[in-house]
Write a protein that binds this ligand. Structure first.
Ligand code: BTN
Length: 267
C-alpha cells in the first residue's frame, strides 16, 4: 500500500468486486502516476489502482501537464507487474483499445465521433477527450513494472486557452457522465481483454484491434519533427511493433516510434 492520504481506502465497487484490483481513492493528489511509480519502486502491486478527484501536478506524455480540475475528469493509474519493456510496448495500445470500447459501450451516441490518434489519444470529433500514458519502471529489487495512467475529460465545460483542441464527454454528449461507473467499466473490460495478463497478449493482435478502431493510421497527412526538421507524410500502416508508418512525398517510407505527429488533412 503506498503512502499518501486517501479519503477512502481500498474501495471496491460491486461490478468489479471479484476482479483482481484494489482501488485507493484520493480527494487530491499531485499525480496518481507519480504515486504508483513511487509505491512500485518499493514493491509493485499488480492491479493496484489510484484514482483522484483532482490532481495538482497531473502529467501527460512528452513532459506536458495534464489539467485535472476537481470533480470534472476521471484521473486514474493502474500498476501492472511484473512487466518488461517488451510487454510495456503493448500497454498503451491495449489501453486505447479498451478505453475506446469502454466509451462506445457506455455511450453508443459517440459511435461516429470517437477515434484514436496515434499513439493513443482518444479524439471526439477530432478534439482530444482522453489521454493515455504508460511508464516503465524497476523496483529497487529489480522487478520491472508499468504504471498505466489515463485521464478522461468527463464533465469539463471549458478548457484553458492553450488547449483549444480539447473537449469532454459532457460537451459532446450534452449530459454529465458518471466517472465512477466509467472506471468500473474500464477495469472490467481491461480484465476481460487481458485474462491471462497483458504479457500473454500477442502484440499483433493488439495492433490489429487498435487499427480496427482508428481511422488515423491510413490516408491522413501528418507533420512530424525529427532533429528539429519538420516533415510531412501520409499515414499508411501501423507496424507490428506499434510504430506509425508514413509514406513520404519523396517516395520512401518512415516509421515513427515515439513522440507526436500533428494531423494536417485527409489524403
Ligand atoms: C497524455 O498526454 O495524453 C496522457 C495523459 C495522462 C493523464 C493521466 S491522469 C491520471 C494519470 N496521472 C497523471 O499524472 N497522468 C495520468
Amino acid at each position: 500500500m503506498p503512502s499518501g492520504n486517501p479519503t477512502v481506502n481500498s474501495l471496491k465497487r460491486d461490478a468489479i468486486a471479484n476482479l483482481p484490483f484494489s482501488i485507493i481513492r484520493f480527494a487530491e493528489i499531485d499525480s496518481t502516476n507519480r504515486l504508483l511509480r513511487d509505491a512500485g519502486r518499493e514493491s509493485p502491486e499488480d492491479g493496484l489502482v489510484a484514482v483522484a478527484d483532482c490532481q495538482t501536478a497531473g502529467r501527460g506524455r512528452l513532459g506536458k501537464k495534464w489539467e485535472s480540475p476537481r470533480g470534472e475528469g476521471l484521473y486514474f493509474s493502474l500498476t501492472i507487474a511484473p512487466l518488461d519493456s517488451t510487454g510495456a510496448t503493448i500497454v498503451p495500445l491495449a489501453a486505447a483499445v479498451v478505453l475506446f470500447d469502454t466509451l462506445i459501450g457506455s455511450f453508443p451516441a459517440l459511435k461516429n465521433s470517437l477515434d484514436i490518434k496515434w499513439p493513443n489519444d482518444m479524439l471526439l470529433k477530432g478534439k482530444k477527450g482522453a489521454g493515455i500514458m504508460a511508464e516503465l519502471e524497476n523496483s529497487i529489487r529489480g522487478v520491472p513494472f508499468v504504471v498505466l495512467g489515463i485521464g478522461i475529460n468527463c464533465n469539463q465545460t471549458s478548457f484553458s486557452a492553450h488547449l483549444p483542441a480539447a473537449t469532454s464527454l459532457a460537451l459532446e454528449l450534452g449530459a454529465a457522465v458518471d466517472r465512477d461507473s466509467l472506471l468500473e467499466v474500464f477495469l472490467a473490460r481491461w480484465h476481460s481483454y487481458t485474462p491471462a495478463g497483458i504479457g500473454h497478449l500477442p502484440l499483433e493482435q493488439v495492433v490489429s484491434d487498435w487499427k480496427a478502431r482508428s481511422s488515423f493510421w491510413r490516408g491522413q497527412w501528418v507533420r512530424f519533427s525529427e532533429s528539429g526538421i519538420i516533415s510531412q507524410g501520409l499515414t499508411c500502416d501501423i507496424a507490428p511493433s506499434g510504430a506509425l508508418v508514413l509514406q513520404l512525398p519523396s517516395g520512401g517510407r518512415k516509421r515513427i516510434f515515439s513522440g507526436e505527429v500533428e494531423w494536417i488533412r485527409s489524403g
